[in-house]
Design a protein. Structure first.
Length: 234
């Protein structure tokens, strides 16, 4: 914005009235004020508009600025110099010769460039073909390695499945053996419990029989004493 005047910033002429300057300031402030919060460039334009209005809205500051602007314009016209034509006839002849010689050299140079470009294109095509061949061989080798890897993985999977089946069969066999052993132990324990219960029943029956015999003997003794006055069975 260094090459713009304050009138250019407000987009008015140098003879604009204060009302026009104020209206231009209000229009531009509304234009840049809303975007100044998010756009740094809009803020710069808004600050420039405000500075231009503060100067041009003040009569004394505007007069001083107009004087400064006029002085700068006069200085620009004073520094203008008259320059003689550069293209004289001798210079044009020399230029023609230079162009002819340069054109021939340029044509030869272009031919050389074309030949070099053709050779380079052939070399690039050969290199590309070699690269493509190398890529194809590498891809084939990769596929072969992948096939071998997949084959090894399949073999390892089969081996692991076989080992897992063996472990599973062994575990089942051991579990079956443990179950059989456990069942046998339970059966033995149940048999011991039955034997023990039978012995208790026999002991209880014997005790009941002895108790019954003792009661019967006591009853017999009582009857003998009651009938005969003496108990011979006791």
């Amino acid at each position: 914005m260094a090459d713009k005047t304050l009138y250019d910033i407000l987009e008015v002429s140098s003879g604009a009235s204060p009302e026009i300057i104020k209206a231009a300031y209000e229009r531009l402030s509304a234009k840049y004020g809303a975007a100044a919060q998010t756009d740094p460039q809009a803020k710069i334009f808004g600050d420039a508009v405000q500075e231009a209005f503060l100067t041009l809205n003040n009569p004394s500051l505007r007069s001083a600025y107009d004087a400064k602007l006029a002085a700068r314009t006069r200085a620009a016209f004073t520094n203008v110099q008259v320059v003689e034509p550069f293209w004289t006839v001798p210079r044009m002849i020399v230029l023609s010769i230079v162009l002819i010689v340069g054109g021939g050299l340029y044509y030869k140079h272009k031919q050389t460039e074309a030949r070099i470009a053709a050779e380079q294109a052939i070399a690039e095509a050969q290199a590309k073909e070699a690269i493509e061949k190398a890529k194809a061989e590498a891809e084939q080798a990769r596929l072969e390695l992948q096939r071998q890897r997949e084959q090894r993985m399949a073999e390892d999977s089969e081996r692991r499945q076989g080992e897992a089946a063996i472990r599973s069969f062994s575990a089942q066999s051991q579990a079956a053996a443990r179950q059989s052993q456990y069942d046998a132990q339970r059966e033995q324990q149940a048999e011991r419990m039955r034997q023990s219960a039978k012995q208790r029943e026999e002991q209880q029956a014997m005790a009941a029989a002895r108790a019954q015999a003792a009661r019967e003997r006591a009853e017999l003794c009582r009857l003998e004493r009651q009938r005969y006055g003496d108990a011979t069975s006791c």
